[in-house]
Design a protein around this ligand. Structure first.
Ligand code: SF4
Ligand code: SF4
Ligand code: FES
Length: 367
């Protein structure tokens, strides 16, 4: 790919043709504040915080939507830039509740960080009418508090460009503009698939996981691979007091670049559910060598009992052999799992076809 060279704050940087000025600044490790940009989304130019000065350009172009050009001279900081950034930030905050201490996103909020970087705190010169919306808590996994929304559009673009769902969009006009599901219905009644990508992208406390309300911020994180299907998305598991309190996609993982489906993102409570089976369990009558026809299901013989893997496997193997011998191999079917490794599924296929002698084998991903 053809390369171009430009200068950002006196730093020379070579980037591929087609990069934006913001891409080049990031490559040069020069920080430019942003609120509506994400490297995974198309440029949008909504927040106007990434303004820069470029020799030969009129005004203050936005770095996120200006293509980088060979020989460009860019400055990311000047009195003019600082003044205009402060104005943009004050306008963004002019109808934003400023009670950060009581916000679920406190200490995890891009708006909070960028406002501090730009030097805007406390009194706002543009106080006026405030928008106020009812909390939408209809979704099983996340809430929408549009009082906190700065209309950066990242959620809308993430839903469209990454998830391909278009469940939300900008609705109404002017001061009444807001992010809505079709017909302004609660999000649970839209075609939202609860992938959580919009929540992940939101730079404010407007979209947040319900678990965050309950548990607050995590104290630890572990990178892992999602066990649900064969794609193998990278996950970051958030923990507190030894328990999982949230999961998000791992942006550094090339398989999913931070994206997940609803199962990977929100289907984690089973891990610490009290009913989860962690040791082999077998009906008591089998451990006692009794036959099913001899026992009463209301008796304690029908209850589950903990046993060792060796005992559980021996009883399973002898029962499978007995069923095959009395009713034929095709009376048995095997169901394997997308959570298993390829090697484990291969072994299950060998067990079904060569040990038992049946082709009755399928996979949970097809169910
Ligand atoms: S959770 Fe996913 S599908 Fe639902 S609105 Fe957000 S991005 Fe769209
Ligand atoms: S809900 Fe969040 S991501 Fe969506 S427009 Fe508002 S601030 Fe931006
Ligand atoms: S990041 Fe460029 S306008 Fe928002």
């Amino acid at each position: 790919m053809k390369k171009i060279t430009l200068t950002i704050d006196h730093k020379k940087i070579e980037v591929p043709e087609g990069s934006t000025v913001l891409d080049a600044a990031r490559a040069a490790e020069v920080y430019i504040p942003t609120l509506c940009d994400d490297p995974l989304l198309e440029p949008f130019g909504a927040c106007r915080l990434c303004i820069v000065e470029i020799d030969g350009y009129r005004g203050l172009p936005t770095a996120c939507s200006t293509p980088a050009a060979d020989g460009m001279q860019v400055r990311t900081s000047s009195a003019m830039i600082e003044t205009n950034r402060k104005t943009s930030m004050n306008l963004l905050l002019s109808d934003h509740p400023l009670d950060c201490q009581h916000c679920v996103a406190n200490m995890r909020c891009d708006l909070q960080y960028v406002a501090a970087y730009v030097g805007v705190r406390g009194d706002n010169p543009y106080q006026g009418e405030k928008r106020s919306y009812e909390l939408d808590d209809s979704n099983a996994f996340y809430n929408r508090d549009l009082d906190m929304c700065i209309l950066c559009g990242k959620c809308v673009r993430a839903c469209d460009e990454i998830q391909g769902r278009q469940a939300i969009s900008f609705g109404y006009r002017g001061f009444s503009t807001k992010i809505t599901a079709p017909f302004d219905l609660p999000i649970w009644e839209s075609n939202c698939e609860s992938c959580g990508r919009c929540v992940d992208m939101c730079p404010t406390g407007a979209l947040f996981d319900k678990s965050q309300l309950k548990h607050g911020l995590p104290t630890g994180e572990t990178k892992t691979t999602c066990p649900y299907c064969g794609v193998g998305c990278g996950l970051i598991v958030e923990t507190k007091n030894g328990e999982i309190i949230g999961v998000r996609g791992d942006r550094e993982n090339s398989v999913n670049e931070g994206h997940t489906c609803v199962k990977g993102r929100y289907g984690w409570e089973y891990v610490q559910h009290p009913d989860r089976v962690k040791k082999p369990l077998i009906r008591k009558y089998l451990l006692e060598g009794k036959k099913k026809s001899e026992i009463d299901k209301s008796s304690s013989d029908w209850e589950w009992a903990e046993t060792s893997w060796d005992t559980a496997l021996d009883i399973t193997a002898s029962n499978l052999a007995q069923i095959r011998d009395s009713h034929g191999a095709d009376s048995i079917g095997f169901l394997t799992s997308a959570k298993c490794l390829n090697e484990e599924n291969y072994l299950m296929n060998k067990l079904a076809r060569q040990v038992i002698g049946t082709n009755n084998i399928d996979h949970c991903a097809r169910l």
